[in-house]
Design a binder for this molecule. Structure first.
Ligand SMILES: [Zn+2]
Length: 210
């Protein structure tokens, strides 16, 4: 490849642990939607499935097989003290890498929308895969250093309007959020260049789904 045609690819690797036993088709559809949402920021996503066990000897980023681990839990438990939170990224910081999604709350939100539709209070609603994708993208956004925004997918609370926008696939990161994301992905990939060659990372393609 000639240098003139070289394009630096901003890439994030996400490992998903489906502890909630979300229907595989819903999860696959949600992952595609997260890929599209991040694609709008200029970042491509590589998914790892099944999750590869972490190297337990160290928590160094050099020895992780994915940049971030997304754990889909059946219930929030102690991780989601507020009843209206759909996920959590409790270890936010320069080395943060674990996010949680609470699937019972996603199902509950979907049920609320369908009840509203039955009463003809709404005519369109976000499907479970769209809600799941929005929550995953939001929590990964926190891992990338984003705080809450007044608008877009990083809003702290989603109203009916956010769900309506999500149903059209248009609940996205703001241009300002996208800039923060690109900067942080660049920073993390620059850090990984300092790592020694890793067998886990070299064998990653074995686990790539697409
Ligand atoms: Zn948040």
């Amino acid at each position: 490849m000639a240098w003139s045609t070289y394009i630096a690819i901003l890439q994030l690797t996400l490992s998903v642990s489906n502890y909630a036993h979300v229907d595989p088709q819903i999860l696959l559809s949600a992952e595609k939607e997260v890929t599209r949402i991040y694609g709008n920021t200029g970042v491509s996503i590589v998914w790892i499935d099944p999750p590869v066990p972490e190297n337990t000897n160290t928590d160094s980023p050099c020895y992780r097989t994915a940049d971030f681990d997304v754990n889909i839990r059946p219930k929030a438990g102690a991780l989601g003290p507020k009843s209206n939170t759909f996920g959590s990224a409790p270890e936010v910081g320069s080395d943060s890498h674990v996010a949680y999604v609470f699937y019972d709350r996603i199902e509950s939100l979907f049920a609320q929308q369908t009840a509203a539709a039955m009463e003809r209070r709404v005519s369109r609603w976000a499907k479970p895969d769209q809600i799941l994708a929005s929550v995953m993208a939001h929590e990964v956004g926190h891992l990338l250093g984003l705080a809450h925004s007044p608008s877009g997918i990083m809003r702290a609370d989603w109203r009916a309007n956010e769900l309506l926008v999500a149903s059209y696939g248009r609940l996205l990161f703001t241009p300002q959020d996208a800039e923060v994301i690109r900067t942080e992905v660049r920073r993390r990939s620059a850090m990984s260049l300092l790592c020694p060659p890793s067998i886990e990372r070299l064998s990653l393609q074995t686990w790539e789904r697409r």
